[in-house]
Design a protein around this ligand. Structure first.
Ligand code: TMP
Length: 390
């Protein structure tokens, strides 16, 4: 995809004049194990030390977190004797819900700013990258965990073997490991090229994931396709010698992946062609609207939106501004295209003709929220899987 700035590298006004750092963004497919991953890695210190992504601002996300906790409770009776450790705990949103059951919780997240927010809300959080060293510190201080959760973090981890070695240390023999990550099958099938960015190092499907699990003696006891981030999977694991049976859905889903062609090179060649075609169609559509003197703004300064605007060359000449509910992003400018970000309330006084929904994974929530804009005659553009005006 060429060279791009890091997708959460928002800029202050005074930084606009300085040359932004750009990094290669190339995605590879392994013909041996079937894993899709980035060729180059930007230092996690650069990307996550002061992380701006906070999930608790979206209702859709919180509903999903609630369902994870409920799922865990069905398998392990959550009570005061239990310990839950969350890898990549962000601002503690998920652990807060676990805490409602009276369980002990510990979060681990390298983003110091977010660890602070979590701790202020009473969620014990270690501001560190999860590895065997931290794993040993955790068990020394808090004991072993009954549940380990890791949502939307697996894709961000370079050394997954170190992570699994850490899980081995922290998780009790009869504990459960719950994870969620965007599902490659959805990414390819729904043209979600903009979820490919520097933070996401790997794009998992079941086959390579199972290969990794086999190395550490884990089995999948539940697998569920969920709608998060445009299509993810939730997986619940135990050690292989535990009494729970492996989910039958694993075989079923692996077959769907094979039948779709996910492990053949041609699948990725076709995907690339579709994305270039989408780029042309989108540029033509937006240019056409601009020729008609229509005003367009973006909705959601999501990392994926920054990939989309950069890759499709959509800048300030097309989008007047972007609105976003995250206070940290407001007043800043998007990386690469330097589009200004305003709070959503700007749409109360200013009514553009079109809203391009860059955070398309929250389209339903956003369209519902902006019913007044719709009432005033405004239209929404959803860019993926194919550009659509509603
Ligand atoms: P994400 O897809 O990476 O989670 O980013 C979604 C972005 O969209 C995030 O910056 C918050 C923003 N957003 C809004 O501005 N308003 C909303 O109603 C929702 C759901 C998200």
């Amino acid at each position: 995809m060429g060279k791009m700035p890091i997708p959460n590298g928002f800029l202050k006004k005074e930084e606009l004049k300085t040359q932004e750092k750009i990094y290669e963004l190339t995605c590879m497919f392994c013909t041996n194990c079937g894993l899709v991953q980035l060729r180059n890695i930007v230092s996690p210190k650069l990307m996550f030390k002061n992380y701006i992504y906070i999930p608790s601002t979206a209702k859709t996300m919180m509903n999903n977190f609630n369902s994870i906790v409920f799922n865990a409770h069905q398998i392990i009776n959550l009570d005061a004797k239990r310990l839950v450790v969350d890898i990549g705990s962000n601002d503690g949103s998920l652990l807060k819900l676990f805490k409602n059951y009276g369980v002990k919780v510990v979060g681990i997240d390298p983003a110091e700013n977010l660890a602070k927010v979590a701790r202020m809300q009473g969620i014990e959080t270690l501001p560190k990258l999860f590895n065997t060293k931290i794993a040993n510190e955790v068990i020394k201080k808090y004991g072993q965990a009954d549940v380990i959760t890791a949502t939307n973090v697996i894709a961000h981890i370079d050394d997954l073997h170190e992570t699994f070695r850490g899980i081995e240390i922290v998780l009790k023999k009869d504990g459960v490991f719950i994870t969620e990550f965007p599902y490659l099958l959805d990414l390819i099938h729904k043209n979600q090229f903009d979820t490919i960015y520097h933070e996401h190092l790997s794009y998992f499907s079941l086959k390579p994931w199972k290969r990794l699990l086999d190395m550490y003696g884990y089995k999948i006891i539940e697998v569920k396709r969920i709608s998060m981030h445009g299509g993810s999977i939730r997986l619940i694991h135990t050690k292989v010698n535990n009494k729970q049976k492996e989910s039958r859905a694993v075989q079923y889903l692996t077959k769907i992946e094979e039948d779709y062609g996910l492990y053949r090179e041609g699948c990725y060649e076709k995907f690339t062609k579709r994305i270039y075609q989408l780029k042309t169609t989108t540029q033509e559509k937006l240019n056409d609207l601009k020729k008609q003197r229509k005003r367009i703004v973006g909705y959601g300064a999501a990392a994926k939106g920054n990939v989309l605007t950069n890759f499709f060359s959509i800048g300030n000449e097309t989008l007047d501004y972007i609105v976003d509910s995250t206070p940290y992003k407001q007043g800043l400018f998007t990386p690469g295209k330097h589009i200004p970000i305003y709070p959503e309330r700007r749409l109360i006084d200013d009514v553009p003709d079109y809203i391009l929904i860059l955070a398309w994974n929250f389209s339903d929530e956003i369209i519902k929220k902006q019913h007044m804009f719709k009432k005033r005659g405004g239209k929404f553009i959803i860019p993926l899987p194919d550009i659509k005006v509603v």
